[in-house]
Design a protein around this ligand. Structure first.
Ligand SMILES: O=C(O)CCC(=O)C(=O)O
Length: 158
């Protein structure tokens, strides 16, 4: 699935310049999610999902994204569902409260699809999680074979 098929009701940008306060937060995210040996994509992906927006199940392409995806989920609570790509009966859901950080690595990165549920389906353990506007700030490691300044680097995700 291509990125434009996966995400609905959104706008996005890629940002490499941040205020000092934001930089401090990003540094905490990066220290928590990445090992010192990992190189990150040079810009951070900011995704702004409208209240009716959602993200269909997908696994980020290994062409554009390395072994770790770390997302800071802001504004509206949301539910992220992970489903094993080979064993659809194996799944789990994460309640992403505003300000929460999720980290996809290892099996969660490669063997499970991830999605953000649309408002009508947004429940966690039977509890309704109404969706509003949600902003996510996503850091990714570089695909292993790419150098940091590789020309023509496509936008991250999917
Ligand atoms: O918005 C998010 O936290 C998830 C983004 C996502 O699924 C992606 O960019 O691959």
């Amino acid at each position: 699935m291509g990125r434009f098929d996966a995400i609905h009701g959104f706008r996005e940008t890629e940002k490499s310049r941040w205020s000092e306060a934001s930089r401090a937060i990003l540094q905490r995210v990066q220290a928590a999610a990445f090992s010192p040996g990992q190189t990150l994509l040079s810009s951070v992906h900011v995704l702004d999902l409208e209240p009716r927006g959602y993200i269909k199940p997908h696994v980020d392409s290994i062409k554009f994204c390395g072994a770790t995806i770390a997302g800071l989920s802001l504004l509206s609570p949301s539910v992220m569902r992970l489903v094993h790509t080979q064993e659809p009966g194996e799944w789990l859901e994460l309640l992403l409260e505003p300000g929460s950080l999720y980290i996809l690595r290892g099996s969660a990165r490669y063997d499970f699809s991830h999605e953000i549920l649309r408002d009508e389906e947004s429940f966690f353990g039977g509890r309704r999680v109404p969706r509003g506007r949600r902003i996510s700030v996503i850091c990714r490691s570089l695909p292993e074979e790419m150098g940091p300044g590789e020309p023509g680097q496509p936008p991250p995700a999917c």
